[in-house]
Write a new protein. Structure first.
Length: 261
């Protein structure tokens, strides 16, 4: 286990890894070193058989106020292009296990995009989302324009990307971008996300990973391809012990004991 400077990694449950962004002085601005650590911690959790799901959070004040503007401001086109600036953000999309975002406070720019890369978003009533890049003379670069379209539709996405205005947890919930707004108290949203992760981790992990894979495939495929893909993966699960156990347990009126095999 390596030690980190910009994130905290803990195990609130034996089956759940919680990663907390921890650059409080800059409202968790997402610098390159922070992202290197985040990728490493999530990659390790993804490989660890005892982990079933992960939770990503920030502080009460900020999930993340965006990519680090001070790090970016003097960069030239040649630097960002040649060095593939921030391209390693995409590694989060290769995780097999579910990643739940627990968002309080600011989730702006890259912070909003980071939440959108997660599989499920829970928001505290204090959450403030937005894509303010237009105010900096740029546009979203971490997938915001593309993922928001899927989550909330074109007209709203266009408004948000072109005006840069922030939107509330309530709006994000009404529009379907977040699953729900959770509790009032400090830390409620993290607690709820950890409980959800624990529940997911209690299922058969092959089925959980397959479920994540087919839901994500819907972004990329036509309906006909997606339906065929889902059916094939469903068929494949009949080769697992967890399918035998899950269905036998139902028939015998007992709780399933999944072995993730
Ligand atoms: N980068 C660097 N530092 C930041 C950032 C940031 N994104 N956000 C806040 N900080 C720093 C401030 O500079 C300040 O530092 P200092 O005390 O040294 O001056 C400290 O955090 C506290 O911030 P404020 O004093 O500004 O706190 P306020 O409560 O007054 O305001 C706000 C909070 C409204 C969140 C304000 O800080 C703000 O507007 N921040 C910038 C938000 C923003 O524009 N985000 C978008 C950044 S661009 C981006 O994310 C592009 C993503 C591209 C992804 C590409 C992937 C391939």
């Amino acid at each position: 286990q390596r030690s980190y400077e910009y994130i905290l990694v803990s195990r609130p449950e034996p089956s759940v890894v919680l990663v907390t962004l921890n650059r409080p002085k800059s409202l968790n601005a997402l610098s390159s070193p922070l992202f290197t650590e985040l990728n490493h911690a999530l990659g390790e959790a993804d490989k660890d058989d005892s982990v079933g799901a992960m939770v990503l959070t920030g502080s009460e004040r900020a999930f993340a106020a965006g990519a680090d503007i001070k790090e970016m401001k003097d960069k030239q086109y040649a630097d960002v292009y040649k060095n593939k600036f921030l391209e390693d953000w995409g590694l989060i999309n290769q995780l097999r296990k579910p990643l739940i975002a627990a968002v309080s406070g600011y989730a702006l720019g890259g912070g909003c995009e980071l939440a959108l890369m997660c599989d499920i978003i829970l928001a505290s009533p204090t959450a403030k989302f937005g894509q303010p890049e237009i105010n900096l003379g740029v546009i979203p670069g971490g997938g915001g324009s593309q993922r928001l379209i899927h989550a909330i539709g074109k007209s709203r996405t266009m408004e948000l990307v072109l005006t840069g205005r922030t939107f509330t947890a309530q709006e994000a919930s009404q529009w379907g971008m977040v699953s729900r707004v959770v509790g009032e108290g400090e830390g409620e949203v993290v607690k709820e996300a950890v409980n959800m992760a624990k529940e997911i981790a209690s299922k058969g992990q092959i089925a959980v990973q397959a479920g994540k894979e087919v839901v994500n495939a819907a972004y990329e495929m036509t309906l006909a391809e997606g339906l065929r893909f889902e059916r094939r993966i469903f068929h494949g699960l009949f080769a697992t012990n967890d399918q035998k156990e899950g269905m036998a347990a139902f028939a015998e009126k007992r709780k399933a004991n999944f072995t993730h095999s």
